[in-house]
Ligand binder design. Structure first.
Ligand code: PMV
Length: 313
C-alpha cells in the first residue's frame, strides 16, 4: 500500500475578509489527520473508493461528476498522465471533523493527491497539490478563497492573500491553541453566501469591517514573526468582534469565547466560516487544562490542543 496524509487547518485571523481580498493567517493542525491508502486491485476491477467513516464504497466510473472524492481522483490521475481508469482500491480515513471549519474536505483531497502521486512515483510540489485540491474545493463552496487547500497542501503556517502565492510565516516562538468544537455543523457555503448578501446590501460598511480584519492579520503576522505571542490574544478578541459584526458568530460561540477568556485564555475567536464549527483560544501549557475543562463544562463537544510552530510536511 502507498499512503498519503494531510493535516487539518485553522484560520487564525482574516476568515471571510479573505474572500474579499484581505490577508488571512492560517496554520496546519498536525494533531488531526486525513489519510489515503492506495492498493493495486484485481485486473479489470477499475478504481474503487472506500470511505468507511462516511459509510461509502463506490466505483470511480459510476460516481457522479460532482462527487468531491471522485473529482479529486479524476483530476489527479489526469495530472499524472494516467489516461485509463487504473485497477486500484483507494481507502480513506480521517480524524478531521466535517463541516466545522477545520478543512476536512481539503485534507482528504490532499491525502488522496499525495497517495496517488506516490503510487506513481511522482513528487508533486505544494503549488500543484494546492491547485488540484482547489478544483474540488470549488465544488463544495463556489466562492472559496483558496486558503484551505493552500495551508493544507503547503503544510506550514501561511500569510495568504487570495490569488497570490502564499507567504510562509516564520514562527519565531511556538505557541499553543485550544481548538474547541461547538458541535454545530455549519456548512461554509451557506455562511459565505449570507455574508455576500450583507455585503451587497451595505458595501461601504462591510468593506470597512474587512479592512479592519485585514489590518489584524498583518499585525498578527508581525507578532508571530517577532515571537511576541501574547499580542495575539487581544488581536483575536478584536477579530471576534468584527466577525460578530458581519453576522457569523452565534450565542454559543460568544459564550464559549467568553468562558475561555475567563478561564485564562489570552484571547479567543471563532475560526472558519462561523455560526457553529470551532473556536480557537490562545493558551499556555499552564492554562491549557483549565481552559479545556471550562469549555467542556460550558458545552463544547470536543477540544484539541495544538502547538503552532514551523511545521513543514
Ligand atoms: O469553514 P472553513 O474552514 O472552510 O473556512 C472558510 C473560510 C472562509 O473565509 C469563510 C471562506 C473562504 O473561502 O475563505
Amino acid at each position: 500500500m502507498t499512503t498519503g496524509s494531510a493535516s487539518a487547518k485553522v484560520i487564525l485571523f482574516g476568515e471571510h475578509a479573505v474572500v474579499y481580498g484581505r490577508p488571512a493567517v492560517a496554520v496546519p493542525v498536525t494533531e488531526l489527520q486525513a489519510r489515503a491508502g492506495v492498493d493495486e486491485g484485481p485486473d479489470g476491477a477499475g478504481c474503487t473508493l472506500v470511505a468507511a467513516d462516511l459509510g461509502r464504497r463506490f466505483n470511480l466510473g459510476q460516481a457522479p461528476s460532482d462527487d468531491p472524492l471522485a473529482h479529486t481522483v479524476r483530476l489527479t490521475l489526469a495530472k499524472l498522465g494516467v489516461r485509463q481508469e487504473p485497477d486500484l482500491t483507494i481507502t480513506l480515513g480521517s480524524d478531521v471533523p466535517i463541516a466545522s471549519g477545520l478543512g476536512s474536505g481539503a485534507a482528504v483531497s490532499t491525502a488522496i493527491v499525495r497517495a496517488l502521486a506516490k503510487h506513481w512515483g511522482r513528487l508533486l510540489d505544494p503549488a500543484d497539490v494546492s491547485a488540484l485540491v482547489y478544483e474540488t474545493e470549488r465544488l463544495h463552496h463556489g466562492t472559496s478563497s483558496g486558503i484551505d487547500n493552500t495551508v493544507i497542501a503547503y503544510g506550514q503556517p501561511v500569510f495568504f492573500v487570495r490569488g497570490r502565492p502564499p507567504e510562509p510565516l516564520q514562527v519565531a516562538a511556538g505557541f499553543w491553541l485550544i481548538i474547541s468544537d461547538t458541535g454545530i455543523a455549519s456548512p461554509t457555503r451557506l455562511v459565505v453566501d449570507d455574508v455576500r448578501r450583507g455585503w451587497e446590501s451595505d458595501r461601504a460598511h462591510y468593506e470597512a469591517l474587512f479592512d479592519q480584519m485585514g489590518e489584524i492579520s498583518k499585525a498578527a503576522r508581525a507578532s508571530i514573526e517577532a515571537g511576541e505571542v501574547t499580542r495575539l490574544g487581544p488581536l483575536m478578541v478584536r477579530n471576534q468582534h468584527l466577525l460578530a459584526a458581519i453576522g457569523v458568530s452565534s450565542p454559543l460561540l460568544e459564550r464559549l469565547c467568553l468562558v475561555a477568556r475567563q478561564a485564562g485564555a489570552g484571547g479567543a475567536k471563532l475560526c472558519g466560516a462561523g455560526r457553529g464549527g470551532n473556536l480557537i483560544a490562545l493558551v499556555t501549557p499552564e492554562t491549557a487544562q483549565q481552559v479545556t475543562s471550562a469549555l467542556e463544562s460550558a458545552g463544547a463537544v470536543r477540544t484539541t490542543l495544538t502547538h503552532v510552530s514551523q511545521v513543514i510536511e
